[in-house]
Design a protein around this ligand. Structure first.
Ligand code: ADP
Length: 277
C-alpha cells in the first residue's frame, strides 16, 4: 500500500544515515485507474459515432451506390454523427483546459443578475422548441461576484439546457438569483435552476458530476448529451471555490444550486464615504 520515497532519518548498525519517507499509493493508484477509465470511456464514446460513419460510407459506396434517396437519408445521419463527435471533442477539450487552471483563481468582476438575465434570454428560443418556458427572478440589489464570465455562462447554459432536456415534461424552468444576507460583509448569493420534470433517484445524485455518468444513457444520447456537461460544471465551480448542490424529488423535479461569495463594488465604497459625511 505504501511506497518508500524519502523521510525520517535513521542509522543502520554501521552508523550509515538513511532517509525514508512513505507515500500513500492508494491515492496514486486510484488516480491512475480514473485516468485509464476516462480514456477508455472517451474512446468508446468516440468509437460509436465513428463506427456508424464508417458503416454508412461503406453502404453509400456499395449497396446504395445508385440509390439517391437512401444516400440523402444516410448523409443526414452521418452529419448528425459527425456533429456528435464534434460536441464530444469540444467538451473533452473544455475539460482538459479547465483541469490545467483549477488552481488559478478567476479575476473578472461579474454582475450576476445581468449575466443570468443575458443567458436566460439567449436560451429561451431553444427552450421554446422543447415546449419549455423559462422564468427568471433576480433581486433588486446588484450582485457582484469574482469569477470568470465565460465559464459562468457555460455553467448556466449547461444547467438550463439540462433542466429543459430532462425536465421537459414539466413544461417550465425557473432560474433565480437570491441574496443571502449575513451580519458582516457582503454575504453570499445563490443561483438556482429548477425544473418540474421526473426528478433524479437519490442513488444517482452523488455521481451526476462524474465524467460520462448518465442516469439513463439512451435518454442522454437521444437528447444530444455527451455525459460531460455536469463534469465541466463541477470543474468550473471548483475553480470558483464553490460547488454544485442538487435537490431532487422523484415525480416533482430537480433544483441545482450554486452559492457564491458576493464582492464589494466600487459603488459600495462611494456610498460608504458619503454615509460618513
Ligand atoms: P448529458 O450530456 O448526458 O446531459 P450531464 O453531465 O449534463 O450529461 O448530466 C449527467 C446526467 O444527469 C444526464 O445524463 C441525466 O441523466 C442527469 N440529469 C442532469 N440534469 C438533470 C435534470 N435536470 N433532471 C433529471 N436528470 C438530469
Amino acid at each position: 500500500r505504501c511506497a518508500p520515497i524519502a523521510g525520517a532519518p535513521a542509522r543502520d548498525h554501521s552508523g550509515k544515515l538513511y532517509l525514508l519517507t512513505f507515500r500513500d499509493m492508494t491515492e496514486a493508484r486510484r488516480m491512475d485507474r480514473m485516468r485509464s477509465d476516462f480514456v477508455a470511456n472517451a474512446s468508446h464514446e468516440l468509437r460509436t459515432p465513428l463506427a456508424s460513419l464508417t458503416g454508412f460510407i461503406e453502404t453509400i459506396k456499395g449497396p446504395a451506390k445508385n440509390d439517391r434517396d437512401a444516400q440523402a437519408r444516410f448523409l443526414d445521419i452521418m452529419y448528425e454523427q459527425a456533429t456528435r463527435m464534434t460536441r464530444l471533442v469540444d467538451d473533452l477539450m473544455s475539460l482538459s483546459r479547465l483541469e490545467m487552471k483549477t488552481h488559478v483563481a478567476p479575476t473578472d468582476r461579474v454582475d450576476l443578475n445581468r449575466l443570468v438575465a443575458h443567458v436566460t434570454d439567449s436560451m429561451k428560443p431553444l427552450a421554446a422548441e422543447m415546449g419549455v418556458t423559462v422564468a427568471l427572478t433576480v433581486p433588486d440589489e446588484r450582485v457582484v461576484i469574482q469569477g470568470d464570465r465565460d465559464e459562468l455562462i457555460q455553467v448556466l447554459q449547461n444547467l438550463i439546457e439540462n433542466a429543459c432536456k430532462y425536465g421537459q415534461s414539466g413544461g417550465r424552468v425557473d432560474v433565480a438569483v437570491d441574496v443571502l444576507p449575513t451580519d458582516e460583509g457582503y454575504g453570499s448569493a445563490e443561483l438556482r435552476v429548477r425544473d418540474y420534470g421526473p426528478g433524479i433517484a437519490p442513488e444517482h445524485v452523488p455521481r451526476l458530476t462524474e465524467r460520462f455518468y448518465r442516469v439513463d444513457i439512451e435518454s442522454s444520447r437521444s437528447k444530444r448529451g455527451t455525459g460531460l456537461g455536469l463534469a465541466i460544471v463541477k470543474h468550473i465551480l471548483t475553480r470558483h471555490r464553490t460547488r454544485l448542490v442538487v435537490q431532487s424529488t422523484l415525480g416533482e423535479g430537480t433544483t441545482f444550486i450554486v452559492r457564491f461569495e458576493r464582492q464589494k463594488t466600487p459603488n459600495d465604497v462611494v456610498l460608504r464615504l458619503i454615509d460618513k459625511e
